[in-house]
Ligand binder design. Sequence first.
Ligand SMILES: [Zn+2]
Length: 157
Amino acid sequence: MSDKETMLVQKISDGTVIDHVSAGKSLSVLRLLSNPQNRGVTVALVMNVGSSKMGRKDIVKMEGVELTDEQVQKLALIAPLATVVTIRSFRVTQKKNAVPPKVVTGILNCTSTTCISVKEKESVQSIFSLAGSSPLSYKCKFCGRILSEQEISAQLG
Ligand SMILES: [Zn+2]
């Protein structure tokens, strides 16, 4: 992060900074993480700041929280360019890029009304496999329907 960005995101002693979130997606990121702010976690959002890498971006900062690998994978579904920075005692101890999972089970919904995962929703869990990374797309295992990055964001946000 540049000095200007560091000023926007006040330093935290322990916690997680999620950088390079697509502009406008920070609230979706919090929802995906089951709204830690509702469980007593201090959360700071920086929205729509300039980024040399992506034009405009959001930054999410959470105190005293570290993400699991599973959470980082889910995060990649709505913020495929995100960088997850873990901070302990004011030091960056880990920097991870969000990597979209190869297979996503039970999180996304197929958009084909004739798909078995839609018709038999109660008994058949949706399964999608990664079809493209930039832009992100996933393919339904049952009917082959492709979900675009926008559709995925809309479903999760
Ligand atoms: Zn389908």
